[in-house]
Design a binder for this molecule. Structure first.
Ligand code: ADP
Ligand code: MG
Ligand code: MG
Length: 207
């Protein structure tokens, strides 16, 4: 897997987040401040602008730049969280060749560790981590069973979707939604929704 695959991922994710911007913002209007779609769209369009003017020699340089772009262009919780995810994901791939299913697994774990370091979320807090955690578990299990990157990411995306759906009844304990307390229950978490879209995009493009 070369740098082109990761370029395709970022472009595909940007397209999907753009198409889903109104939906993500609608989810965030129920339990947040109605900006999650706009935040993700702005951040990923800024990544596309970088891709249009720069060519990258390596996956790690590309993904680190994507992370820094999200940190600098997106305010709110999701900018630093996704920015850190891509920064750590890219850093984990530095000097790695070939990029195998195991290497992508290590990078995913490193990225999610970054999300946890920044956001201090635990499973069940009704955040994006509720999608990331089962995704990592499913990815690892698929690779242990002999799957290559594409099928392992498909398993990860399916697990993320279940984690996303499982956020609906939860009471939020992190981020703006936590200000609502019990009233946050009954709504799907926007960040767990965008994480699922990003993983579905990875499954389509990284193989
Ligand atoms: P903001 O809430 O600052 O407006 P966004 O609306 O872009 O930022 O993103 C909200 C999403 O960020 C939430 O739906 C949740 O998934 C995620 N989030 C918020 N706080 C945390 C945290 N501490 N750890 C992990 N994810 C978080
Ligand atoms: Mg918001
Ligand atoms: Mg906000």
């Amino acid at each position: 897997m070369g740098v082109d695959s990761f370029v395709n991922w970022l472009r595909d994710a940007a397209g999907v987040l753009h198409e889903n911007a109104a939906y993500l913002t609608e989810l965030d209007s129920a339990i947040g401040d109605a900006d999650h779609g706009a935040n993700m769209d702005r951040g990923f369009q800024a990544i596309v602008a970088v891709l249009d003017e720069t060519s990258f020699e390596s996956a790690d340089e590309l993904l680190k730049k994507a992370g820094m772009t999200l940190v600098s262009k997106v305010g709110g919780a999701s900018g630093p969280l996704y920015g850190t995810f891509f920064l750590r994901f890219g850093t984990a791939l530095a000097g790695v060749a070939p990029i195998t299913a195991e290497a992508v697994g290590k990078a995913l774990h490193a990225g999610v560790e970054g999300v946890l370091t920044r956001g201090k979320a635990e499973l069940g807090d009704k955040t994006m981590y509720d999608a990331w955690a089962p995704a990592l578990e499913a990815y690892d299990a698929a690779v242990a069973g002999g799957s290559d990157v594409g099928p392992a990411l498909t398993a990860a995306a399916e697990a993320a979707a279940k984690g996303r759906d499982a956020t609906v009844p939860l009471v939020a304990r992190k981020g703006r939604a936590s200000y609502l307390g019990e009233r946050s229950a009954g709504h799907q978490d926007p960040g767990a929704t965008s994480t699922t879209l990003i993983l579905e995009s990875a499954a389509r493009t990284l193989a």
